[in-house]
Design a protein around this ligand. Structure first.
Ligand SMILES: [Cu+2]
Length: 167
């Protein structure tokens, strides 16, 4: 009986060390990721979004931005975003980049890579979901529904609260 117990302990340890190696290799060579992906059955793409919020929009602007942290169990791509036309007429995925001198500017991005197991942050000064031509101001204490479009996971609908500052 004791021998059996030991054998189980040893195999459990070897599993830990193998997964440890895979984790080290995954951010160096993409070949390692491919090996890891092939060694198990393909996982169903699953997206988890946390910390989502959109800034209360001042009356003077017709633009707003939504921020969040995206987690995925497989490598995926955020390829677009949508809100209902009762909220904003146009929605784009943007990144904020440094312009000339200290100026900041924003540009649309075709996609954001979402790496399995690595949180992808959409935050002020970086990536964000841009709400353009707001139909009405984003009012503190209300919520909007944002549809995120992923290459593999498809549409993911997120309820986004309107806040003054990041939660
Ligand atoms: Cu923007």
């Amino acid at each position: 009986m004791k021998k059996t117990t030991k054998a189980i302990v040893v195999s459990a340890l070897s599993i830990v060390s193998i997964s440890g190696l895979a984790a080290c290799g995954s951010d160096t060579e993409s070949a390692d990721t491919t090996v890891a992906a092939n060694s198990t059955a393909p996982a169903t793409p699953e997206i988890t979004v946390t910390g989502q919020w959109a800034r209360q929009s001042p009356m003077a602007t017709d633009m707003g931005a939504a921020y969040m942290t995206i987690n995925s169990n497989v490598d995926d791509e955020l390829v677009g975003a949508m809100v209902d036309t009762s909220v904003a007429e146009m929605t784009q995925v943007h990144e904020t980049i440094m312009g000339e001198g200290d100026s900041m500017k924003m540009q649309e991005v075709k996609k954001i890579d979402v790496i399995a197991g690595t949180p992808t942050e959409l935050k002020a000064g970086g990536y964000h979901v841009m709400l353009m031509k707001l139909v009405k101001p984003l009012e503190l204490g209300t919520e909007i529904s944002v549809t995120l479009k992923f290459a593999k996971a498809g549409d993911v609908v997120v309820t986004v609260p309107i806040l003054e500052e990041a939660p």
